[in-house]
Every structure is written in C-alpha cells, then in structure tokens.
Design a protein around this ligand. Structure first.
Ligand code: CA2
Length: 146
C-alpha cells in the first residue's frame, strides 16, 4: 500500500531564534538551515516536507491534525513544550502517525526540568544532543520505519 510521500516538520516556540541567540547552546545554524537540511534528507528518501514553526501551541496542534490525512510521519522539536504540554502530546498521539522527537541540545545534561518529555513515549524515534544534524538523523531513522 502506498501512502503520502510527505513529512511534517514541526519546530516549537523560540526555535525561530536559532542561530540568532544562544549559539553556545544551539549553534550557529538558523531555522532556515534546519528546514533546508530536513528537505534534503527527506528528498533522499523520496519525501517532500511541510514545515511549520510557531510560538503558539494551538497553531502547532492544528498543523499536527492537518497532517493526519496527507503526511506519512512527523519530525518534531517541541522546544520548551516538550516539558510542559499534555495537549501537544495528545495531538501527536491522536493522529496515529509515526513521530520522531528531536532535541538539538543534550537535555539530559541540562537542568532537571528538561529531563522529562511528555512527547517521548508517543515518539518512535528519539534524537537528542546531536545538534542541528540530528534533524537529518531523525528523518532517516523515521523513513527506515515507513
Ligand atoms: O535542545 C532542544 O532542541 C530543545 O528542544 C530546545 C528548547 C528547550 O526548551 C528544550 O529543553 C530543548 C528551546 C528552544 C529555544 O531555542 C532557542 C534558540 C536560540 C535562542 C534561544 C532559544
């Protein structure tokens, strides 16, 4: 059976600041660089990408719901919502698509409040602490499962 050849890339709050602020933690690459990297990795596997970044939880949830009918999987860095959002987790679990969770920094080595993820157990792929290249790793590991 052939499904949609599209992935949804979701970047959560504040990730629009990538490359602009806190380069010591998140590096020098921008959100545009992330989106380009993900599009290239997905293209290698025969997928196109719809990318969304928002600082508003509801916008992210709407995008996840819309993916239900026309995407094969979701690559998401939920930003700080990782550690706070039951509603984001419910949206991901509600659409029944395979999810890859990405974190640029090594959250396990940072503050205690970053150690717990509401998304972790609804995701089938986890890439943590590999920097921006971790997004490409996530695409490939997700595509291996599709
Ligand atoms: O390491 C990651 O990718 C995080 O998901 C990034 C989140 C943080 O809350 C998570 O604990 C780990 C923060 C995203 C904000 O990104 C910024 C980028 C540049 C400057 C300021 C914030």
């Amino acid at each position: 059976m052939s499904g949609p050849r599209r992935l949804l890339l979701v970047n959560g709050p504040n990730l629009n600041l990538l490359g602009v602020r806190e380069p010591d933690v998140y590096g020098h690459q921008t959100l545009a660089d992330v989106e380009e990297l993900v599009r290239e990795a997905a293209a290698e596997r025969g997928y196109e990408v719809r990318a969304v970044q928002s600082n508003h939880e509801g916008v992210l949830i709407d995008a996840i719901h819309e993916a239900r009918t026309d995407c094969a999987g979701i690559v998401i860095n939920p930003g700080g919502l990782t550690h706070t959002s039951v509603v984001l987790r419910d949206a991901l679990s509600g659409v029944s698509l395979p999810v890859a969770e990405v974190h640029i920094s090594d959250v396990a080595q940072r503050e205690e409040f970053r150690h717990f993820s509401y998304v972790a157990d609804v995701a089938v792929v986890h890439v943590v602490g590999e920097g921006v290249p971790g997004y490409a790793t996530a695409v490939h590991r997700l595509c291996d499962l599709l």
